[in-house]
Design a protein around this ligand. Structure first.
Ligand SMILES: Cc1cc2nc3c(=O)[nH]c(=O)nc-3n(C[C@H](O)[C@H](O)[C@H](O)COP(=O)(O)OP(=O)(O)OC[C@H]3O[C@@H](n4cnc5c(N)ncnc54)[C@H](O)[C@@H]3O)c2cc1C
Length: 447
């Protein structure tokens, strides 16, 4: 259910294995607030599938997809446009190529219908996969709530971006809590702005491209929780008197209070990533990267998560999914047919993550239909680490997340140099992937 990135990948992967697939996609008859076409696998915002660098988390994710013969990644490469060290696609060409590949496959039938009753649909198949994404329709959300026992799945998500700690410039960023002496420690990192840096930042913030959200998507949210660009629109100095206020801070570089400051708060216990406090935003992902990298000390920032302001539907994966992406709530297990949840609905964020999640779900279903146990996802790969975190019952208040090195287990021997550390993560991930591939081959799940 859902012909987005995860659903299209799963459908093609299963069909290539000789498994018959009925794919339900509600567009174009029933639109969402952000999709514009009736194509499958439409990219709703940026056209980038991110870095191809072999020692980056995004690059490793692509290597996993290539190694496991992802149909969508191959189509993305065929639709690529020049983008330096990243894989970006011509979005129309890509969506058309996926739509064509799915529609012309003799084992896939595409039904342009909104699914609203999971239990009913489950009576007509051997396995059911839900891939309806962050904008899952209301009727399907209600049906899923019946299956999960949860009273809410859709949230107005107003999250600030999260950046990786080791991508910050500590010659500029300093640690201090307000009203404490610098150098005494403190829970916050601070990025100090001079007047000219602040003025230039606000100018770019106001001109930046936003995700066009329909009124009904944003009205309720914006009253409660203003995005940083809206605060700036209310007045050039408004952020400086609000979330970017410099009071109680002393920049060690000047010994003075800065003109304005952004505070960063640790996102996890290891301090491997930091949240940009009060910077919930409706800017597109590429614009967040461009504009927030103007913040002094964030020039090279890597984003573990971009800020989002839209309706976001996802299940409480740590309590509801097993490692095979199967829904394990009591009502779901009581159905005759196993139900799998993939893509952003299952707690991944990002295009490439959704594709990888679709591939994982397809492998789970194929293993089940072949009557074999799916080899465990290796935790040292970037997707394995994301799934381990997302399905660990000890994870509280889980939010959909990108793959990132912060989720990997620390190296046995710590390496201080960042480049060498990332190369070591990559080498360990690739060795784990090789072993996984062998295990899949042994179960006849991969050629
Ligand atoms: C506004 C916005 C901007 C984003 N920008 C980016 C970005 O720039 N870069 C990035 O990497 N990620 C971005 N993301 C995240 C990214 O969209 C998702 O991670 C990814 O598309 C999710 O893939 P998916 O397959 O889970 O869902 P989708 O790609 O959304 O696919 C789900 C499909 O299910 C269909 N559907 C929903 N309900 C039903 C139903 N009841 N019956 C049948 N079909 C149904 C939908 O029409 C849709 O086609 C953004 C998300 C949003 C909401």
């Amino acid at each position: 259910v859902g012909g987005g990135l995860a659903g299209s990948e799963a459908a093609l992967n299963l069909a290539q294995r000789g498994i018959t697939v009925a794919l339900y996609e509600m567009r174009p008859e029933t639109p969402t607030a952000v999709h514009h076409t009736g194509y499958l696998a439409e990219l709703v915002c940026s056209n980038s599938l991110k870095s191809t660098k072999p020692d980056s988390a995004a690059g490793l994710l692509k290597h996993e997809l290539d190694t496991l013969s992802s149909p969508l990644l191959a189509l993305a490469r065929q639709s690529a446009v020049p983008a330096g060290g990243a894989l970006a696609v011509d979005r129309v060409k890509f969506a058309q190529a996926v739509t064509h590949a799915v529609e012309q496959h003799p084992l896939i039938s595409v039904h342009h219908e909104e699914v609203s009753d999971i239990a009913f649909l489950a009576t007509s198949c051997d396995a059911l996969m839900l891939a309806s994404g962050p904008l899952t329709s209301d009727a399907l959300s209600r049906s899923l709530m019946d299956l999960t026992g949860c009273d809410a799945l859709a949230f107005y998500d107003a999250a600030a971006p999260v950046v990786m700690a080791d991508s910050l410039n500590y010659e500029k960023i300093f640690r201090q809590s307000r009203y404490e002496e610098a150098g005494e420690g403190g829970d916050y990192l601070n990025a100090a702005f001079t007047k000219s840096e602040y003025d230039a930042f606000i100018e770019e913030l106001l001109g930046a491209e936003r995700v066009i959200a329909k009124d009904f998507e944003t009205k309720e949210l914006f009253q409660a929780c203003q995005p940083i660009e809206e605060i700036a629109r209310a007045g050039h100095d408004a952020p400086r008197f609000g979330t970017m206020k410099p009071v109680g801070l002393t920049d060690p570089a000047t010994g003075k209070r800065p003109w304005a400051a952004l505070q960063l708060r640790a996102e996890d216990a290891f301090g491997s990533s930091y949240n940009l406090v009060g910077f919930q935003t409706n800017l597109t992902f590429p614009e967040q990267r461009r504009v927030f990298r103007m913040i002094p000390g964030l020039e090279e920032a890597e984003f573990a998560r971009y800020g989002v302001m839209h309706r976001n539907t996802f299940i409480d994966a740590p309590r509801l999914l097993n490692a095979d992406a199967q829904l394990v709530s009591e009502p779901a297990l009581a159905l005759k047919t196993p139900v799998y949840v993939i893509g952003q609905l299952a707690g991944t964020e990002g295009y490439t993550e959704a594709i990888r999640s679709g591939l994982h779900g397809a492998l789970s279903v194929a293993a089940r239909l072949q009557g074999v146990t799916l080899p465990a996802l290796p935790r040292d790969t970037v997707f394995g680490a994301l799934m381990a975190y997302a399905t660990n019952p000890a994870t509280v208040q889980y939010q959909p997340m990108h793959v990132n090195f912060g989720l990997l287990r620390p190296l046995d021997t710590p390496i201080r140099n960042k480049k060498a550390r990332y190369e070591a993560y990559a080498a360990r991930a690739n060795a784990a992937l090789d072993a996984y591939v062998e295990a899949l081959k042994a179960k006849l799940l991969l050629d």
